[in-house]
Design a protein around this ligand. Structure first.
Ligand SMILES: [Zn+2]
Length: 447
C-alpha cells in the first residue's frame, strides 16, 4: 500500500489523500482551502476556475499524481462529508479522473450536485450515492477491494469514516471525527463496527488531529442544545425588538435545535441567505430536514430586501436565522452592518452567534469589525453559543484503542496541531518515523 498526502496535511483545508493498492489508485476527499477561495472570489482579476483556484492555493495540488503515473490509475473518489474543505474541490478536479466513480452519502452528494450547479460545471464521472454503514465492491479493481462508509458524528449530517478493505489490510480515513454520544439527530458513532474493523487489521489510519493537543472533550450537540435554550431564555426580546441568530449553514442538526427554541418565541421563523437556502434544500431533498414546515427560506437578494423591510417595520413579528457568523463579506449580517439593506439594527435588538470564530486572519478581522459596529449600536450580542465538531485527545485515544492501526498519520491541522497526535500515539507504543508519521502535502509513503 502506497499513499500520497495530496492536501490537508500541516494545514486546515483542501483535504485530499491518494491510496495505491496494486495497480489501482483511490482518492479520499477533494476539498477547498477556504481562505484561498475567499481571496479568489474577492479578486476580479482571478478567474473562478481550476486554474484560478490553483493559483491561490484554493484546491489540492493533485498534479503531484501526474508525475508518477498515478492519475490514470484512479478508480474511485470517496467523499467523507459535505463540508467544503472536503467536497468543494470536486467540481474543479474530478474531470481529471474521468473513469473514476465518485462515492458519497446522500446529503454529501446533494451538496455536490448544488456545487456543480452553482459553478455551471458538468463532470463526466459516475456519481454513486451510498448510505452510511454500507459496503461496496469496487469495479475493475484487481484483487478483493471493498469500500465501507461507516456512520460518524461531526457537525453536519451524513458524515462517514471511510474504510478501504484490501488484501494488505484496511486503510482507514477518519476526517473529520468527533465522538458525540448524545446526538440530537441521528445515531451515536458506530463503535461496534469500528472495533470489528480494528479486529480485521487496520494497516494505516489517517486521522483528524485538529484538537489532538486539547484534553477537554468537546461537548456533544446535546450541550449545544442546552446552551441555545439558555441563550433564548436570556434574550427575551420585547415586542419592538428584532431577534436574529446565525450559525453554520451546513449544520442541519444545530439548525434543528435553533428552530425548536425559536418556535417557542411565537415569532415567524425566517431563514435568510443563499448558503442557508442551499444546505436546507439539500437536507429536504434527502428527507433529513425535520424543521422544514416550521420555516420560510428566502434566498434571492430582491426577496431578502423586501422581507428585511417588513422586519424593520414589524420587529417583534419575526425571528431571523441568517448567514454571517464569521463576518463573511456579502453575508446577511455583513450587508446589514454596512447599511446595505432596508433593515437596521437598533439598541436592544438581539443577536445570537451559535458559532465560534474559525481562527483565520480574515475571519478574526471580519468578526471584530462586525462586533464593534453592533456593540456601538447597542445590540445585545451572545457569542460562542456553540460546541465544535472535532474530537480532542480523549476521542483520539478511543480511536486508537478501537482501530489499533499499524501506522498512524495525523491530518487536518497545522504542524503544531498535528504533533500532539504523534505524542499521543507514543503512549500506545507507536514509534515516530516507524509507525507514526508526519506528512506534508505532496509526500509519498510506502507501507
Ligand atoms: Zn468537517
Amino acid at each position: 500500500m502506497e499513499i500520497c498526502c495530496v492536501g490537508g496535511f500541516e494545514e486546515v483545508g483542501k483535504n485530499m489523500t491518494a491510496v495505491k493498492v496494486g495497480e489501482d489508485v483511490f482518492l479520499f476527499d477533494m476539498g477547498f482551502y477556504l481562505p484561498g477561495v475567499i481571496e479568489l472570489q474577492e479578486d476580479p482579476n482571478v478567474e473562478y476556475t481550476t486554474r484560478g483556484l490553483r493559483r491561490v492555493g484554493g484546491i489540492p495540488d493533485d498534479r503531484v499524481l501526474d508525475k508518477n503515473g498515478w492519475r490514470e490509475k484512479v478508480k474511485a473518489i470517496f467523499i467523507s462529508h459535505a463540508h467544503l474543505d472536503h467536497v468543494g474541490g470536486v467540481p474543479f478536479l474530478a474531470d481529471r479522473y474521468p473513469g473514476a466513480t465518485i462515492f458519497g452519502t446522500p446529503f454529501t452528494m446533494k451538496v455536490l450536485d448544488s456545487l456543480l450547479e452553482d459553478a455551471h460545471i458538468h463532470i463526466s464521472n459516475e456519481l454513486k450515492v451510498v448510505q452510511p454503514n454500507s459496503t461496496h465492491d469496487i469495479k475493475n479493481a484487481k484483487g478483493n477491494i471493498k469500500v465501507e462508509f461507516v456512520h460518524a458524528t461531526h457537525s453536519t449530517i451524513d458524515c462517514a469514516y471511510i474504510a478501504l478493505h484490501t488484501d494488505e489490510g484496511v486503510f482507514f480515513y477518519a476526517l473529520d471525527l468527533k465522538f458525540d454520544n448524545h446526538p440530537t439527530m441521528g445515531a451515536p458513532p458506530n463503535y461496534s463496527r469500528l472495533k470489528e474493523i480494528g479486529d480485521n487489521g487496520v494497516k494505516l489510519l489517517i486521522v483528524d488531529s485538529l484538537y489532538s493537543g486539547t484534553e477537554k472533550k468537546p461537548g456533544g450537540e446535546k450541550i449545544a442544545e442546552h446552551l441555545l435554550e439558555d441563550a433564548f431564555s436570556k434574550a427575551k426580546p420585547g415586542k419592538d425588538k428584532a431577534f436574529f441568530i446565525t450559525t453554520f449553514s451546513s449544520h442541519i442538526e444545530r439548525l434543528n435545535n435553533i428552530v425548536k427554541f425559536a418556535k417557542n418565541t411565537n415569532r415567524e421563523i425566517i431563514f435568510l441567505g443563499r448558503s442557508l437556502a442551499k444546505y436546507v434544500d439539500c437536507a429536504i431533498k434527502v428527507g433529513k430536514c425535520p424543521f422544514q414546515k416550521d420555516i420560510k427560506v428566502i434566498k434571492y437578494r430582491g426577496q431578502i430586501n423586501s422581507i428585511l423591510k417588513r422586519i424593520q417595520e414589524n420587529r417583534g413579528k419575526y425571528l431571523v436565522v441568517c448567514t454571517g457568523h464569521q463576518g463573511e463579506k456579502n453575508s446577511i449580517l455583513d450587508r446589514i452592518a454596512r447599511g446595505d439593506t432596508p433593515f437596521k439594527f437598533h439598541e436592544g435588538d438581539n443577536l445570537i452567534f451559535s458559532s465560534s470564530v474559525i481562527p483565520t486572519e480574515v475571519n478574526i478581522i471580519a468578526r471584530k469589525k462586525l462586533d464593534e459596529k453592533l456593540r456601538r449600536i447597542g445590540v445585545k450580542l451572545q457569542a460562542d453559543v456553540h460546541v465544535h465538531g472535532h474530537g480532542s485527545r480523549e476521542d483520539l485515544r478511543e480511536t486508537l484503542e478501537l482501530l489499533r492501526p499499524k501506522h498512524v498519520i495525523p491530518a487536518h491541522g497545522s504542524l503544531e496541531q498535528e504533533t500532539p497526535m504523534i505524542d499521543l500515539a507514543k503512549e500506545y507504543g507507536y514509534k515516530f518515523g516507524e509507525t507514526s508519521h508526519l506528512a506534508s502535502n505532496g509526500k509519498f509513503f510506502d507501507f
